[in-house]
Design a protein around this ligand. Structure first.
Ligand SMILES: [Zn+2]
Length: 354
């Protein structure tokens, strides 16, 4: 069968390969892949700066944002039928099966010895057929079939926002204003969800006001800020909840000027720039004097995928085509390489497996 593979740490190693069709074991389900989303992590694996093949392999099958149909059910699997539409979660429990992994919160793994489909020590879903442990599959209603490929990135946002609310139970908290830094796929999904939660939302990016990204922000009743025209520190507004989705140190630091009292900021990027922060004392004092909090969030678990399904149904009823508009490029498997080229105003590229 055909698969998209990469050989990290080799640079630009992504290619189409012929590999054996997987055989399922007890507790597993064979899936027929329908489509696959590509994100920054996939591109970084192709750039050779991320990704670890499974033991005994010199390549890794890519892909962690998938939509698939159940093709065959292994022994001791309950609750699934052939033909079910499903999205697999990404992370699997660590070798030690730590407290959090045992508790279904693999995203909060304590040891770091976890496995991640398509990223870390486990093949991904970018092949015609793929396999998942049935315990980590999420059933998707048929009516979400056109957009459910966005469920994995949406689960990242669901975790970030639900954790923010949970953390803020440290006091009486009634957030009114949210600021999302970065209006790419994650930032836009965050904007939509924060609007669903009834907040006044600002979303900022370097893209111009006429861009599709800006249009999507406005279409859900949020305000778009072009940071080239209005730098973040000139906004003159304060926010209760901030979500950093650019992965840029400079953007994250600028957003610290927007902290309201008792506010919370969730950072979602991988900040690879080696930029020194000479004002760290000021940053810390700002946190102390306002009871402010910054926290990081990575990965997501099944509960966040389930929150995502609930919200997708609500988004569909409130903003009919908004999720479809995030999918800006639909490619056939033969043209998959186009998804690894950045730019061109793309929000989300997906690859169809036919
Ligand atoms: Zn663990």
């Amino acid at each position: 069968m055909k698969a998209i593979i990469a050989k990290p740490p080799e640079k630009n190693s992504v290619r189409l390969a012929e590999i054996p069709k997987p055989i399922i074991k007890k507790g597993e389900v064979l899936l027929k892949t329908l489509c696959l989303g590509i994100d920054g992590t996939d591109r970084e694996i192709n750039e050779g700066i991320y990704g670890t093949p499974p033991r005994g392999f010199d390549y890794i099958v890519l892909g962690h944002e998938a939509l698939a149909r159940v093709q065959e059910i292994g022994e001791q699997v309950e609750g699934f039928s052939e033909g079910d539409l499903v999205v697999p979660t990404v992370r699997r429990p660590c070798e030690e099966n730590c407290l959090n992994c045992r508790n279904g919160e693999t995203d909060m793994c304590l040891t770091g010895n976890y496995f991640e489909h398509g990223i870390y020590r486990l093949h991904g879903f970018a092949s015609e057929y793929t396999v998942s442990d049935a315990n980590f599959l999420v059933k998707v209603p048929e009516e979400l079939g056109d957009v459910a490929v966005l469920l994995e990135p949406l689960s990242i946002v669901e975790k970030a926002i639900s954790q923010s609310f949970k953390i803020q139970e440290r006091m009486a908290w009634q957030p009114k204003k949210a600021f999302v830094i970065g209006a790419g796929s994650l930032g836009l999904l965050a904007t939509v969800i924060l609007r669903l939660r009834g907040l006044e939302v600002y979303a900022a990016d370097i893209k111009d006001k006429g861009s599709l990204n800006a249009e999507i922000v406005r279409s859900v009743g949020a305000k778009y800020v072009n940071v080239r025209e209005s730098p973040i520190n000139t906004l003159g507004e304060k926010f209760d909840i901030l979500l950093e989705a650019t992965g840029r140190v400079e953007a994250a630091l600028a957003a610290l000027n927007l902290f309201g009292p008792d506010s919370v900021m969730c950072v979602l990027g991988i900040y690879r720039e080696e930029k020194a922060c000479q004002e760290f004392g000021r940053v810390l004092t700002n946190l102390v004097l306002g009871n402010r909090l910054i926290f990081g969030s990575v990965n997501s678990n099944k509960s966040h995928f389930e929150m995502g399904i609930k919200d997708m149904l609500e988004i569909k009823s409130k903003h009919e085509k908004i999720l479809d508009r995030l999918i800006t490029k639909k490619l056939n498997l033969a043209d998959f390489e186009q998804a690894f080229k950045v730019g061109g105003g793309d929000i989300k590229s997906i690859i169809s497996f036919g």
